[in-house]
Ligand binder design. Structure first.
Ligand code: ADP
Ligand code: MG
Length: 243
């Protein structure tokens, strides 16, 4: 469903992403792992042209994502950009309501959906009436996730969606998110540093280093036979988190 072919991005002389191929099948969750600066966000953002790649093609359900088609792809996808990306001058509720209102949802439908999702992301509903600056990092992330899920999308792009959460809330949300992804039958491209999160959520993983996916496979394949010293160090640092 998501297909990248030769997607590349550089900033001046610095290569953020070498030409990269990636397929995420319908209903599959792929997690991109690695340390900071590896190119994970660049890759994910390329899918929705939040970054315009220098080369290569991105296809979603057979349609090439171009300047002309990206609007439709963004409207059907749920996405959380790294750091949340909430509009600071809108409350959480208003942030989440933007697209549904545009699509003509009435207040009752919207209210019901927001209640349901607040429970799902384990957020006190009263916090939805605060502005992003009035929330903790973890609360902001849950509002961003809620906003991404509001339309019940079957395509999700999640860049460290749970990164700012405390370990207890994070673990609970990982399981909730797994259930939700299964219920939606969603196709998911996820970025995480957290091997446990990848273990709970991802069918396959790709480890990124220096703007390349240096190893792909299931998490256990990668943990059992790291392909590079980088992958080995990355796995060893979190081996305690593996199932
Ligand atoms: P990750 O998400 O894995 O931490 P990124 O995709 O954000 O990595 O970044 C990959 C590389 O590209 C990094 O070296 C980063 O500094 C560089 N980079 C990202 N965005 C920009 C930008 N707007 N200008 C210059 N360099 C950038
Ligand atoms: Mg990133």
């Amino acid at each position: 469903m998501i297909r990248l072919r030769g997607v590349a991005k550089r900033y001046g002389a610095a290569v953020a992403l070498h030409p990269t191929d990636l397929d995420v099948a319908r209903g599959e969750t792929v997690a991109l792992l690695g340390t900071s600066g590896g190119g994970k966000s660049t890759l994910v953002r390329s899918v929705l042209r939040l970054i315009v790649p220098d080369a290569g093609t991105v296809t979603v359900d057979g349609t090439e994502v171009t300047a002309a088609t990206v609007g439709a792809v963004r409207r059907r996808a749920g996405y959380v950009i790294q750091g949340g990306g909430l509009f600071p001058h809108l409350t959480g509720r208003e942030n989440a309501a933007l697209v549904p209102r545009h699509l003509g949802w009435d207040a009752a439908r919207l209210g019901g959906r927001l209640e349901e999702l607040a429970e799902l992301v384990r957020l006190d509903r009263a916090l939805l009436d605060r502005f992003p600056a009035e929330l903790s990092g973890g609360q902001r992330q849950r509002v961003a996730l809620l906003r991404a899920l509001v339309l019940g999308p079957d395509l999700l792009l999640l860049d460290e969606p749970l990164g700012a959460l405390d370990p207890v809330t994070r673990e609970a949300l990982q399981s909730d998110l797994r259930r939700l992804i299964t219920d939606l039958g969603a196709t998911v491209l996820l970025v995480t540093h957290d091997l446990r999160e990848a273990a709970v959520l991802a069918d396959r993983v790709g480890v990124m280093d220096g703007g390349r996916i240096v190893q792909r496979g299931t998490l256990s394949e990668i943990a059992d036979a790291p392909a590079t010293p980088f992958v080995e160090a990355f796995v060893e640092a979190q081996r305690y988190a593996l199932p």
